[in-house]
Ligand binder design. Structure first.
Ligand SMILES: Cc1cc2nc3c(=O)[nH]c(=O)nc-3n(C[C@H](O)[C@H](O)[C@H](O)COP(=O)(O)O)c2cc1C
Length: 374
């Protein structure tokens, strides 16, 4: 009989999730049971027919691995460099809105869970916790995801607040000038405002002034999203920000290159968890072209459908420096608060280490494209 593997995550975050949960997907149903239909559909939905939502998942699964054998993997080391810091592993909490919808401790629990799992956390502009509290919630490093507001003076003050609170980079979301047709969400909630009123945006004038009776084509805009965001805004931000700026939501190789030329510190290959434009390319397929175009000039992070350590190993083999995880962190937060977040990240971390050992790739640099079967 083979020895039973240890459940490393359960040891690290005891009682945070039920004993029979072993992989992050095991928390999905539990989270659904604990949330109202309205909140669940907001989290789970993709845009329109959810074609890309399915592709985000299947594109990772369909990549086949070609492991090396007879490699000494007695010292698997998942540590990696990202911007100016060394991290224990390349798994990052993606920015998602309004964490108090899922747990009363909200973003504080997420920050603490991430810190306990030695993970970087990216906190959303649409979070439900004031920026200053994000900074003091935990000791670990964090970045801030920025939705630029059309009032650039307000945006500049927000950047100053975020930097004063200790964020080490800004992640500018470039793929959301407006929201997509989130039909599943709209069926239960009737509208698609991202969660609660975000304290980071208190007092900001709406980015779009809608007429009193908007016509159908005018109803596409969201008051918190600036639809006039352009490359000039990105360049303004790079110039204005004392900390590195990453562009989140790039899938095209030509635009990844243009981001580098605009001075970004990194690129996040993302399709917003397939929540905006349905039938957009899945990130696993977009990643190689971006990696090639950027040619190592800046680190590339990828998100969308990352649910397993093997997904992470594939992303890194294809040239990503790190991955971000969105919905699974929300499932963990819902089910177990801070400990649930830690459990999700620890589980992915131990699965990544397992995958690296079984791939004959004991260090992050050993994850190279030949590990993907051609
Ligand atoms: C409920 C929810 C809220 C989100 N809110 C934001 C946000 O405020 N800002 C942002 O840049 N991305 C947001 N995203 C997108 C995530 O940052 C990330 O790109 C996506 O969730 C990754 O896909 P995954 O959920 O399959 O891991 C959100 C995603 C979800 C599921």
């Amino acid at each position: 009989m083979e020895p039973r593997p240890a459940n490393a995550a359960a040891d690290a975050a005891p009682n945070a999730v039920p004993d029979d949960a072993v992989s992050v997907r095991d928390l999905e149903d539990l989270a659904q049971q604990m949330l109202s239909d309205r909140t669940w559909n907001y989290v789970a939905c993709g845009a329109a027919d959810e074609v890309s939502l399915g592709w985000n998942d299947s594109a990772w699964r369909e990549l086949r691995l070609a492991p090396r054998v007879l490699v000494d993997v007695s010292g698997v080391d998942t540590s990696t460099q990202l911007l100016r810091r060394r991290f224990a592993h390349p798994i990052v909490v993606a920015p998602t809105a309004a964490h108090r919808q899922y747990h009363p401790d909200g973003e504080g629990a997420t920050r603490r869970g991430a810190a306990a799992a030695e993970a970087l956390a990216v906190m959303s502009t649409l979070g439900s916790t004031p920026v200053a509290e994000l900074g003091t919630a935990a000791d670990g490093p964090w970045w801030f995801q920025l939705y630029v507001q059309s009032d650039l003076d307000f945006t500049a003050r927000l950047i100053d607040d975020v930097v004063a609170a200790g964020a080490e980079a800004l992640v500018l979301t470039v793929d959301t000038p407006l929201l997509g047709a989130r039909d599943r969400d709209r069926r239960t909630s009737g509208h698609t405002v991202d969660g609660l009123l975000p304290p980071a945006l208190a007092g900001v004038p709406p980015s779009v002034a809608l007429p009193p009776n908007p016509r159908p084509f005018e109803r596409i805009y969201n008051p918190h999203l600036d639809p006039s965001l352009t490359w000039e805004t990105l360049e303004w931000l790079v110039d204005r920000s004392p900390i590195p700026v990453l562009a989140k939501g790039v899938v095209r190789a030509d635009e990844a290159r243009r981001c580098v030329d605009s001075g970004v510190g990194g690129i996040v290959v993302s399709n917003h968890g397939a929540r905006n434009l349905d039938t957009v390319v899945p990130t696993a397929q977009a990643l190689p072209g971006v990696v090639q175009a950027v040619a190592g000039a800046v680190p590339i992070v990828v998100d969308g459908g990352i649910r397993r350590g093997t997904d992470i190993a594939k992303a890194l083999a294809l040239g990503a420096a790190a991955v971000m995880v969105g919905r699974p962190v929300i499932w963990g937060l819902t089910v177990g608060g801070q400990g649930g977040v830690q459990w999700v990240l620890d589980t992915l971390w131990s699965e990544l280490a397992m995958a690296m050992g079984l791939l004959g790739a004991p260090r992050i640099d050993d994850l190279t494209p030949d590990l993907i079967w051609q």
